[in-house]
Write a protein that binds this ligand. Structure first.
Ligand code: SAM
Length: 234
């Protein structure tokens, strides 16, 4: 018995949109998706960095942000010890490993699939037990502390702002407390945030402190990265 022809559920693709070429793909609004989720999904599908990340096997497009920072500041090389705060799903750690880093430890609230040789902790970085555990797993003081931590926003401006600032300050305090002399600290921050105070503290402890907006950071986002190099020691 011959089967009836199957009905197509979707139209076949009519042209690529990778690399930002062609007409942007649009999705039918699924009943289950909120408009915000729908917008995120469409943006992700039409995003050249997300497409490139998929093609190169990176777990996140964030890998390109740290690759641009590394290109400019040369922070990764074999032999450096690295801590990655807020590593999930793991793009930054993947990139560091590719650049020859073997001593690397990361922490996130979320579970992360193994990324050998990285050590991965699932816990809250602000838990007082976290910092000693990270250093123990790393086997010594780090040369590089990275933080791409971002809290889940609750939609209340002041609360969100306080939570973001809390994470930046905790990461900076940790870096100043553990880095080797000459070390590097990279942290996600936000334009318009009250980062003046933390930048002032970093300037006392590092030879140079810059604000960097990588091309891979969405231009409509207020995200910037603080890059502090040349840790002066304690
Ligand atoms: N750099 C990552 C990459 O390359 O894949 C992306 C990091 S993502 C933008 C921010 C992460 O920070 C989230 O996975 C979130 O769970 C984590 N995070 C937020 N607050 C945290 C906390 N208190 N402790 C640990 N991780 C935290």
């Amino acid at each position: 018995m011959t089967e009836p022809p199957r009905k197509r559920m979707v139209k076949p693709p009519t042209g690529g949109n990778e690399g930002g070429r062609g007409k942007p793909a649009r999705l039918k609004t699924a009943k289950q998706r909120t408009p915000a989720q729908q917008a995120w999904l469409e943006r992700q599908i039409n995003d050249p960095f997300a497409a490139k990340a998929r093609a190169l096997g990176y777990r996140s497009r964030a890998a390109f942000k740290i690759s641009e920072i590394d290109e400019r500041f040369r922070i990764f090389r074999p032999g450096v010890r690295v801590v990655d705060l807020g590593l999930a799903p793991g793009g930054w750690t993947q990139f560091a490993i590719q650049r020859g880093v073997t001593d690397i430890v990361g922490v996130d609230l979320l579970p992360v699939d193994p990324l050998p040789p990285a050590h991965i902790l699932q816990m809250d970085f602000t838990d007082p037990d976290c910092a000693p555990k990270l250093i123990e797993l790393l086997g010594g003081p780090p040369d590089v502390v990275l933080s791409d931590m971002a809290p889940n926003t609750v939609g209340h401006r002041q609360t969100d702002h306080l939570r973001i600032m809390g994470l930046i300050e905790a990461a900076a305090e940790f870096a100043i407390g553990v880095l080797k002399p000459g070390g590097v600290f990279v942290a996600k921050a936000f334009q318009g945030g009250e980062t003046g105070e933390v930048i002032g503290v970093l300037k006392q402890h590092f030879a140079e402190v810059r604000n960097v907006k990588p091309k891979a950071s969405r231009q409509d986002s207020s995200e910037v990265f603080i890059v502090a190099t040349g840790f002066k020691g304690r």
